[in-house]
Ligand binder design. Structure first.
Ligand SMILES: Nc1ncnc2c1ncn2[C@@H]1O[C@H](COP(=O)(O)OP(=O)(O)OP(=O)(O)O)[C@@H](O)[C@H]1O
Length: 308
């Protein structure tokens, strides 16, 4: 379990994070999303006791991180994959961490295997690692102490598509076994497929949060008929607004059931009816996090109203 309550962090005049609250439950993956400079790293650093809040609190497994005895046995952290000593090999890096954490030496080979660095890569100096290999080593470090919680800052950085797919599977498996995962990203697509819950931050403030399903449901319904004008009319008669969708489809501002009933009532046969989904979520994410759009507050209200 991770809880963040009314977290505010100022660096001098700079307000990095303002009144941020959310929680992450065991068995779930939470995607912490926001553009560069939004306040993601500051929040994660506060969760891991590396940044002292100006006000507010954070807790992992019921306690502030700094109060956890042998924290690595409770929380696996990957904040900066470049932070490892360049002159040590991957295996040496992990062996040293195992010693510090009091973890059985056999765990080193287990996690090397788990992250795909077993064999030759394990004996290479970290300075010669690619960014993707460093991320894998960082993940191995995080997993070493068999923690129940993982906190990962942009873990997909430097991974190729196959690596991203692999990481999703690893995180999903970790959560499915009862673990808690909090991972940040500035790319919705990276986390959409694995996150149960999304927390969206922009300009240091939370602009949206909810289950991925709730947020997807708020994206409207894609609907298509041979007679587009008749469909628009039937939906308007039921008080459902539309905007143009991909190809000749429409995006209706309402749930699929209401849209289907409105079309049937108007005698309009439908060719397609489904949640607008990913494309709309991407659009929504951009409007929520684009400071020039000025739509954040309005869209936030829209999400809350839709999911209420
Ligand atoms: N040590 C610091 N001193 C001063 N300002 C800081 C410090 N750390 C972060 N900031 C500022 O706080 C804001 C939030 O930064 P943060 O690194 O948390 O964002 P982020 O969402 O992680 O962005 P990125 O994806 O670029 O890492 C930014 O405006 C940043 O410049």
């Amino acid at each position: 379990m991770i809880t963040v309550e009314h977290l505010t962090k100022r660096y001098g005049a700079q307000l990095a994070v303002s009144d941020v609250s959310f929680s992450c439950a065991p068995g779930t993956v939470t995607g912490f999303l926001g553009p560069n400079g939004a306040g993601k790293s500051t929040t994660l650093r506060a969760v891991c006791g590396l940044t002292l809040p100006t006000s507010g609190t954070t807790a992992v497994a019921g306690r502030p991180y700094r109060e956890l005895p042998n924290a690595g046995r409770h929380v696996g952290v990957l904040l900066d994959a470049g932070a490892q000593h360049a002159g040590r090999t991957g295996r040496e890096t992990l062996a040293l961490a195992a010693l510090v954490q009091g973890v059985a030496r056999s765990r080193v080979d287990e996690v090397l295997q788990q992250v795909g660095l077993a064999g030759k890569p394990a004996g290479k100096r970290v300075g010669k690692y690619s960014l993707g290999m460093r991320q894998r080593l960082g993940l191995a470090m995080a997993l070493l102490g068999e923690p129940q919680v993982l906190v990962l800052d942009e873990p997909a950085n430097g991974l190729d598509p196959e690596g991203i797919f692999w990481m999703r599977g690893l995180l999903r498996g970790f959560a499915d076994r009862g673990g808690t995962v909090l991972l940040s990203s500035h790319l919705l697509r990276e986390v959409e497929a694995v996150a149960d819950q999304l927390v969206v931050i922009a300009g240091g403030r939370i602009v949206a949060q909810g289950s991925s399903e709730e947020l997807l449901a708020s994206t409207g319904t894609l609907v298509r008929a041979r007679d587009r004008a008749a469909l628009t009319g039937a939906l308007a008669a039921a008080g459902i607004g539309v905007t143009p969708g991909p190809a000749d489809a429409l995006i209706a501002d309402g749930p699929a059931e209401a849209v289907g009933i409105a079309a049937a009532t108007g005698g309009v046969p439908l060719l397609e009816l489904r949640p607008a989904g990913g494309d709309r979520l991407e659009e929504l994410f951009r409007s929520l996090t684009d400071p020039t759009a000025g739509a954040a507050a309005a869209a936030d209200r829209q999400i809350q109203e839709t999911s209420a």
